[in-house]
Design a binder for this molecule. Structure first.
Ligand code: 13P
Ligand code: SF4
Length: 349
């Protein structure tokens, strides 16, 4: 938020969001924004905001905005004492893994993730027993104990690259890729390798099982909802529409789209196609945030789904996070040390 021309926060919000947000809401949010900005200084805190945050929060309080990878990088670099993560728990945990001596706060304990909840550290240990010597790549959308059992992490912006490099570096003919089934299938499609998704670990076979990628059955509750039928209907109505989809969508949806990439990669792609109608198949706050920063952007609204977890992070809870220093993210040191190896390998790539 640039206040160079000395507008009050309320005036700024009113000018930017006044067309579609009621005045009482903006008044309340302006007060919260001012409080948070003051608390940030008192606590020597940095606020990291994921691209899926609601538009007023996203526009005002984060010192850095971005996708999971960019925010991990920012978390690794900060010299502040306190990191407030306006995102979900696995992201805040990643910040803590990289900054054991800093206080990391998440504004709501309900900000989970269906992918992170789809797999346990015990599941990963079982897979390792089934596939001895096969490297394990875990999506960053996992909890710290799962990362600790993994060899490398990746995000949606570097998943294929991480798998390619892991196959090469480990001199392995296989990689276990956890826990997002669709991302795994999309990576396999991009790399032109075969994939198996065992229904249960017991049926995962052995190291000789066919398939260069061994996946898992996790799904994102947001992205699994988009279908090729949605795309077909929109293309019928808007013949020149460009469809950009997050790689957590199904392989069919990705094949039917014009572009697939991380949240930040999608934003960059939108910026390259100003004026064209664009359909974003991802959490719908992101469309709001793109339009807020560039009202000329022609984003079609297919706002069927908000992420129920990202949606937990509000300005009020962020104010309370800084005011009461809650909720502090803790990662046991033995887990953190192992998880950091996997996260640092990802950052290095
Ligand atoms: P990005 O890394 O693309 O921001 O994705 C995070 C996420 O949770 C998408 O659902
Ligand atoms: Fe998890 Fe999906 Fe929400 Fe991202 S959008 S945080 S993957 S549930």
């Amino acid at each position: 938020m640039s206040m160079a021309h000395k507008k009050t926060t309320y005036q700024y919000l009113h000018d930017k969001f006044g067309d579609h947000a009621p005045d009482f809401e903006l008044t309340l949010k302006a007060e919260l924004v001012d409080e948070i900005q003051t608390l940030k200084k008192t606590r020597n805190a940095v606020v990291l905001g994921h691209n899926y945050m609601e538009q007023v929060l996203y526009d005002t309080i984060p010192d850095f905005r971005g996708d999971s990878l960019a925010l991990s990088r920012q978390a690794a670099q900060t010299d502040k004492d306190v990191i407030v993560f306006c995102g979900v728990k696995f992201m805040a945990e990643t910040a803590k893994i990289l900054n054991p001596n800093k206080t990391v706060l998440i504004p709501s304990l309900k900000a989970g993730c269906s992918l992170a909840e789809s797999i346990t550290a015990g599941d990963v240990r079982e897979l390792r027993k089934r596939f001895p010597g096969v490297p394990i790549v875990s999506y960053v959308n996992t909890y710290a104990d799962v990362k600790a059992e993994s060899d490398v992490c990746c995000t949606s912006s570097n998943a294929a690259q991480v798998v390619r490099l892991t196959l090469k570096k480990w001199k392995s003919d296989k990689v276990i890729f956890l826990p997002d089934e669709f991302l795994a299938r999309n990576v396999a499609q991009e790399l032109g390798v075969s994939i198996i998704i065992p229904k249960k670990i017991a049926s995962a076979g052995t190291r000789t099982a066919r398939g260069q990628l061994v996946g898992w059955t996790g799904r994102c509750v947001v992205h699994e909802q988009f279908t090729t039928e949605d795309i077909k209907r929109v293309r019928t109505e808007y013949s020149d529409v460009l469809v950009f989809a997050h790689p957590e969508c199904s392989p069919d949806v990705i094949r039917a789209s014009d572009f697939s990439g991380s949240t930040t990669a999608m934003i960059n792609e939108v910026n390259k196609h100003q004026g064209k109608p664009i359909l974003l198949l991802t959490e719908c706050s992101m469309g709001d945030n793109i339009i807020a920063s560039n009202p000329q952007t022609n984003i079609l609204r297919l706002c069927m789904v908000r992420c129920p977890y990202m949606n937990q992070i509000t300005l009020k809870d962020t104010r309370d996070a800084l005011k009461y220093m809650q909720y502090q993210v803790h990662v046991p040191e033995n887990v953190r040390v192992k998880a950091e190896i996997a996260v640092q390998r990802m950052i290095a790539i």
